[in-house]
Design a protein around this ligand. Structure first.
Ligand SMILES: O=P(O)(O)OC[C@H]1O[C@H](OP(=O)(O)OP(=O)(O)O)[C@H](O)[C@@H]1O
Ligand SMILES: O=c1cc[nH]c(=O)[nH]1
Ligand SMILES: [Mg+2]
Length: 224
């Protein structure tokens, strides 16, 4: 930002939930460790998203049902219709899909393939496969890293354009810069971000510090 320029206004209607739990912190520390191999990284990302999903689904819509137990009649709840949609952002978000749908077995799954240009840090979309009409749907978008925020802002705009009325982003790590961009660019939209940590900052290459490096590469190997 130019010296003397007014600070951008931060509109704080986006909900940010940083999950504070010793198991989350323990798994995240091993994920960050550069000695952790790909197989362990994938397993930990899967376990971590399940813990985050517990918080992220706190407001998942349910409806009342009557059931008969072996002992008596009672009422309970089940996940309601329309079914929630889970959207992993390829590549790295794919490593979060199983952990999320384990908790949301009735969910439908859509896919967004997005890549950040490592020079300009601009995000672009190379694949989209999800329902055109998301009216009335709760959507859970999965991406391990919220860095500059370009990827998630573009993804969430597309979900809102299709009619989603409640979007929760589940991210393993966030940078404060990305959180601020989300708050500014998505002001007035019903968005919640659930994360295991908001780290210190972005470095000059747009990587989260201390972060965990390139999530996609650590899960699947360097793409090129
Ligand atoms: O907040 P941003 O600055 O937009 O950066 C975050 C994005 O960068 C990474 O994806 P990448 O482009 O490396 O693709 P990949 O998952 O295929 O590795 C990450 O998985 C996010 O999608
Ligand atoms: O730190 C970062 C930033 C963007 N994408 C990653 O995979 N890691
Ligand atoms: Mg990557």
């Amino acid at each position: 930002m130019r010296a003397g320029a007014p600070r951008p206004v931060t509109v704080v209607d986006m909900r940010l939930h940083v999950v504070d739990h010793p198991l989350v912190a323990h798994k995240l520390t091993t994920l960050r460790d550069q000695r952790t191999d790909s197989a362990t990284f994938r397993r930990l990302a899967d376990e971590l998203v399940t813990l985050l999903a517990y918080e992220a689904t706190r407001d998942v819509r349910t409806e009342q049902v009557d059931i008969q137990t072996p002992v008596a009649q009672t009422t309970g709840v089940k996940l309601s219709h329309p079914r929630p949609l889970v959207v992993p952002i390829l590549r790295a978000g794919l490593g979060m899909l199983d952990g999320m749908v384990r908790l949301l077995p009735t969910a439908e799954v859509g896919f967004l393939g997005m890549i950040r240009n490592e020079e300009t840090l601009e995000a672009s979309t190379y694949a989209t496969r999800m329902p055109e009409d998301l009216s009335g749907r709760q959507v859970y978008v999965l991406d391990p890293m919220l860095a500059t925020g370009g990827t998630l802002v573009a993804a969430i705009r597309e979900l809102i354009r299709r009619g989603a009325d409640d979007v929760t982003a589940v991210v393993l790590l966030a940078a404060p810069e990305g959180v601020e961009i989300m708050e500014r660019e998505l002001a007035g939209t019903p968005v919640t971000v659930v994360t295991a940590s908001v780290d210190e900052r972005l470095n000059e290459h747009g990587y989260i510090v201390p972060g965990l490096g390139d999530a996609g590469d650590r899960m699947y190997g360097a793409a090129e």
